[in-house]
Structure formats: structure tokens, C-alpha cells
Ligand binder design. Structure first.
Ligand SMILES: [Zn+2]
Length: 213
């Protein structure tokens, strides 16, 4: 079942891999289906050889309905996020270097570029440390994401969310670009940031960018 959606999950994973946001079998991609079931990438499996049948179908409690592999070890956190953020239908987790680095020196990635605000809807918080593969990873995400589409997990990586896979993917890729710009600037002096109005405006404008299909 859901071959098209499983394919979209793998294509999203390959896209973020193409941009260097995930290495080997790190991170995960998942989405919520209209009936409430969840598709999750498997644990410890390389994305470039992943097949549709490797993507797991589970109910909202994590009971596996399709798939023989073990799901991502972060599944307990992902299910918590889906349960507590009804507007979220896709989650991407990566260990992307630049955004993760920001989490080691700051409690947020400020809105330093319009691109960041376009995709994350503004500054991105850094959640306190939680163990990977723990329920706490989900709890800290929900607690600190503050209506944005991304959060940095201290000493770990990044979680991005969206109403669909594309929104979560854009948040991850463009946040990495903006995090890099922030770190480069910060090496010279404390970077200037957008005003709240400029940031909100950038988020608003981006809603009309691209082709509606
Ligand atoms: Zn991780």
C-alpha cells in the first residue's frame, strides 16, 4: 500500500542526502497519511539503496502494519511529535553540520536571512539536550519549536516539520544554508538579524513563491 507516498519519502531522503544533510544511514524521514497512519524510514539502512518495501507503515501508536525492517530508532519521538502537533504531516531528522554547530554556541539560530524565514517561518530555537531515540527527543521538540518548522537538538542535530514533505525538506536544506552564513558572519562579528517584521514578511511572501500544481 501507499507505494507513491513511500516513493516520495525515499525521494525526499535522497534529496537531503544530495545536499549533504545526511550521511550513511543517519537521520530519518517520515510522513503522516490522511488516515493517520505513519510512514517511517527504516533503521540503519542506506538511502541510496532503499526500496519502497523498506519503508515501514505503522499506526499512530507504532504498531507495524507493513515492512520487515526495524523502523528508525527515533520512532518513539516521531510518534510523539505527530500526536502533539496535528498540523504536522512530515518530519525530517538530520545531523546537518552547520545548524548543529549553531546549537553548540547559541540557544537559537536568529532570523539572519530572508531565506531562513521563508522556510522555517523565523528564528529557530535550540532544544536542551535529549538522548537520541528517546521519548524526550519528541517532548523537547514539541516544547521548544514555538510554531516554527525547525528546531535544533543540542549536541545532536535538527528536526524539521511541515504540512507535507516539501515544507519539511525546504526547511532542512535552506536552514543549513542560512546556518552556514550565520557561522561565517559570527566568526567576524556578532551578525545583524532581521527585525521581527522583516522576518514575518519574508515568511508571508514565500507562500506565493513557486508553481502551484
Ligand atoms: Zn539523530
Amino acid at each position: 500500500m501507499y507505494e507513491t507516498q513511500k516513493k516520495a519519502v525515499i525521494e525526499t531522503a535522497l534529496k537531503i542526502r544530495e545536499y549533504g544533510l545526511i550521511a550513511l544511514a543517519g537521520g530519518n524521514v517520515s510522513m503522516r497519511l490522511p488516515d493517520g497512519d505513519i510512514l517511517v524510514t527504516p533503521s540503519g539502512t542506506y538511502y541510496e539503496t532503499m526500496r519502497e518495501s523498506d519503508v515501514l507503515l505503522m499506526d499512530s501508536e507504532g504498531n507495524i502494519k507493513e515492512g520487515d525492517l526495524k523502523p528508525s530508532v527515533d520512532t518513539i519521538a516521531l510518534l510523539y511529535i505527530y500526536k502533539n502537533m496535528p498540523e504536522v504531516n512530515a518530519i525530517i531528522h538530520t545531523h546537518q553540520t552547520n545548524a548543529t554547530a549553531v546549537g553548540l554556541i547559541s540557544d537559537k539560530l536568529p532570523a539572519v536571512t530572508t531565506t531562513l524565514s521563508n522556510v522555517t517561518l523565523g528564528e529557530v530555537n535550540v532544544a536542551p539536550y535529549s538522548s537520541p531515540a528517546s521519548l524526550n527527543m519528541g517532548i523537547e521538540t514539541v516544547k521548544h519549536i514555538n510554531g516554527k518548522r525547525a528546531i535544533i537538538l543540542k549536541h545532536h542535530g535538527v528536526v524539521t516539520v511541515g504540512g507535507n514533505l516539501k515544507e519539511a525538506m525546504y526547511a532542512a536544506i535552506y536552514m543549513e544554508e542560512s546556518a552556514k552564513a550565520y557561522l561565517l558572519a559570527k566568526a567576524c562579528k556578532e551578525p545583524d538579524v532581521l527585525t521581527a517584521e522583516q522576518s514575518d514578511n519574508a515568511a508571508e511572501i514565500f507562500k506565493d513563491v513557486g508553481q502551484s500544481k
